[in-house]
Design a protein around this ligand. Structure first.
Ligand SMILES: [Fe+2]
Length: 383
């Protein structure tokens, strides 16, 4: 056995814990740059968090994330405002895009420069050298697990790319998992983000870089998420299931940061960069196909997940894996998620570009090596 596992983030789990954000912030800074989504700012969910900062005499500069995933322009703007206001702490309240934007602001505010210069593959290859501002992340969606990872995904509309700003300095300092923050998430986003978490758990579990520790965390997360996702889709106020999904999402972040991902996320990165397709929806579409494709290479592990669904230890491995594949197709149908990529209308002449943009870090974790030729065959079958 030979492996490493790393996370520097303090994880705080509990209903109502977001109202204690000020307690954690008090030892980290005096002026907070608070990145949040418009919906949380307007529906009152942010109030207890902001009140808790005020109670500790921490002043705030509020920054509402524009709709969509963070762009190069938004990241530079947020960092400029955080540095200009001399904030010494960042707090994020929202989904994965909000947390990623906050990570970018935290890293850039203390290191300076333009984000594009730091982005993998498209920039000057700059690395941040100084610690980022301390960051308290409060996820309000259960999916991306961004509160547990060291990268921020940044997109550019003009350059049609979606690349990572990555550094060990970007791990949030504290992640507060308060299921009450996710109660207002509408069913469709609940399904998309939940399927992202499930995809991350399955892909990191069968990844070629998986370790015993990530395996244990992934199985624990799947044991909960595979059942709770149905419950939170039906009834968003089911707080115990929201809690399961939030924990599963954070576990998926821990797993992907330590074990990598696979072909569903490989294609999702290319599709997300070129077509503005919702990340969780794309992952959900691709997941059953990815499991089917990798079935023979990871039969033991896939059967083990299938057994979580049936509980029948006597069922042959092949049947358990098939049961999992069918379950994932059924979940998608239940959530109104298509069975393939046809609705994204990917022009055939863009397949080579899409494949090129999909062959990144995630694809390299897939248990079966995906060459460009293999990727072309898969893509043609699905679109
Ligand atoms: Fe993901």
């Amino acid at each position: 056995m030979n492996f490493q596992f790393y996370t520097p983030t303090q994880i705080v789990v509990g209903r109502g814990e977001s109202a204690r954000a000020g307690d954690f912030a008090a030892s980290l800074g005096q002026k907070a740059f608070v990145v949040m989504s418009r919906s949380l700012s307007e529906n009152g969910a942010a109030k207890p968090v902001l009140d808790s900062l005020a109670a500790k005499k921490i002043s705030c500069v509020e920054y509402i994330k524009p709709p969509g995933e963070p762009t190069v322009e938004t990241a530079d703007d947020a960092a400029r405002q955080a540095a200009g206001a001399r904030c010494d702490l960042v707090l994020s309240l929202g989904g994965g895009a909000v947390i990623d934007l906050a990570k970018a602001a935290a890293g850039l505010a203390s290191n300076g420069g333009a984000i594009q210069d730091y982005l993998e593959g498209v920039g000057k290859g700059l690395q941040i050298t100084r610690p980022a501002l301390p960051h308290i992340a409060l996820p309000s969606t259960a999916g991306a697990g961004a509160e547990m990872t060291r990268n921020a995904v940044i997109r550019s509309q003009q350059g049609r790319f979606k690349k990572s700003f990555r550094s060990p300095h970007l791990y949030p300092t504290v992640a507060i998992l308060d299921a009450q923050l996710s109660l207002s998430l509408p069913p469709q986003q609940t399904a998309y983000s939940g399927m992202d978490a499930i995809t991350q758990l399955i892909e990191s579990y069968i990844s070629r870089r998986a370790t015993p520790l990530t395996d244990a965390l992934a199985l624990y997360g799947l044991e909960r998420a595979l059942f709770s996702i149905r419950e939170v889709y039906k009834d968003g106020s089911a707080v115990e299931h929201r809690e399961n999904m939030l924990l599963a999402s954070s576990l998926s972040g821990l797993c992907l940061a330590n074990a990598g991902l696979g072909m569903a996320h490989g294609f999702a990165s290319g599709l997300g960069a070129l077509y503005d397709a919702p990340h969780g929806k794309v992952c959900a579409v691709l997941l059953p196909h990815a499991v089917k494709f990798n079935r023979c290479a990871q039969l033991d592990k896939l059967a083990r997940i299938g057994r979580l669904l049936t509980g029948d230890a006597s069922l042959p491995k092949g049947d358990c894996a098939d049961l999992l594949i069918q379950y994932l197709y059924d979940l998608n149908r239940e959530f109104g998620i298509p069975a393939d990529l046809r609705e994204f209308n990917i022009p055939k002449d863009e397949h080579p570009l899409l494949i090129k943009m999909s062959m990144g870090n995630s694809m390299s974790g897939n248990p079966i090596t995906i060459t460009e030729n293999v990727a072309r065959t898969i893509l043609e079958a699905l679109s």
